[in-house]
Design a protein around this ligand. Structure first.
Ligand code: ADP
Length: 259
């Protein structure tokens, strides 16, 4: 415990034990090393942007965090639960919004969320209350019976965010969740998630868009499976000797794979 506290302070995280912790995580696909010893920690009430160009390893990292694969080496823990030893405990603490939409368009908003609530073992009455609360939180109160198909792209994403919140996770993972949204919807989603951060949720937000990373408490720059930098946006800019985070990012990654 003492050691963890020291590490957290040294890393400038500002909390005793990170809610999400990756330590020296490695993953290869055959001979291709997608993650080459990645360490990232996210504390309660912290918004960390995982900023990397295409091919950096962001999706691979999210697949490990959501239990789709095991890491070849290293450790991943959520709220102190090791994802390998206690996957149920670890995954219970995580809410995820994936890059690809995963809603059933033919069902209502509520039906989509109900299914998720039941998967997480919530009883009917509790599920109902949590769904109402989650929809209100993303600004969709009163839309529970709307068919998802009739919602705008921005509102569909908000439904996915609400779904991720139904079981009140301590950690929220956003995997390039603004892809395909117009600028106003993108900003709205980011603002919603910043508010969740303010309520104590630990957020890991993967993106290749520098403007989204500028809103983060800390930016972890991932490139070719390695963490190149980890710190507040202004510290990264200062360390790179550039005027903007965009220039710092370009300098670090050599402009690779940026969409
Ligand atoms: P990002 O999400 O940052 O674009 P990925 O995690 O998708 O990065 O990819 C990281 C590296 O791993 C890339 O070189 C990619 O080609 C490779 N990769 C990803 N998924 C697979 C896979 N299923 N099989 C083989 N290589 C893969």
């Amino acid at each position: 415990m003492r050691e963890a506290a020291t590490q957290a302070t040294t890393a400038g995280i500002g909390d005793v034990v990170p809610l999400l912790e990756l330590h020296a995580v490695r993953k290869s696909y055959g001979p291709r090393e997608a993650l080459r010893g990645v360490s990232v920690a996210v504390a309660r009430g912290e918004f960390v942007a995982l900023l990397g160009p295409n091919g950096a390893g962001k999706s691979t990292l999210f697949q490990l965090l959501t239990g789709l694969f095991n890491a070849d080496a290293g450790r991943i823990a959520v709220c102190g639960h090791d994802i390998r030893d206690d996957p149920v405990g670890a995954l219970a603490g995580i809410g995820v919004v994936f890059q690809q939409a995963t809603l059933d368009l033919d069902l209502s908003v509520e039906a989509n969320l109900k299914f998720h609530a039941r998967l997480h073992g919530l009883g009917k009455r509790h599920a109902r209350a949590r769904i109402d609360d989650a929809l209100a939180r993303v600004g969709l109160a009163g839309r529970a019976s709307d068919p998802v198909r009739e919602l705008s792209g921005g509102n569909r994403r908000k439904v996915e965010l609400a779904r991720a919140l139904v079981h009140e996770p301590a950690v929220l993972l956003m995997d390039e969740a603004t892809v395909g949204l117009d600028p106003a919807s993108r900003r709205q989603l980011l603002d919603e998630v910043l508010r969740l951060r303010d309520r104590g949720v630990a957020v890991l937000w993967a993106t290749h868009l520098v403007d989204e990373a500028e809103a983060a408490d800390r930016v972890v720059v991932l490139h070719l499976g390695r963490v190149l930098a980890d710190g507040p946006p202004d510290a990264l800019v200062h360390a790179a000797g550039t005027a903007t985070l965009a220039e710092a990012f370009l300098r670090m990654t050599g402009g690779a794979g940026i969409a």
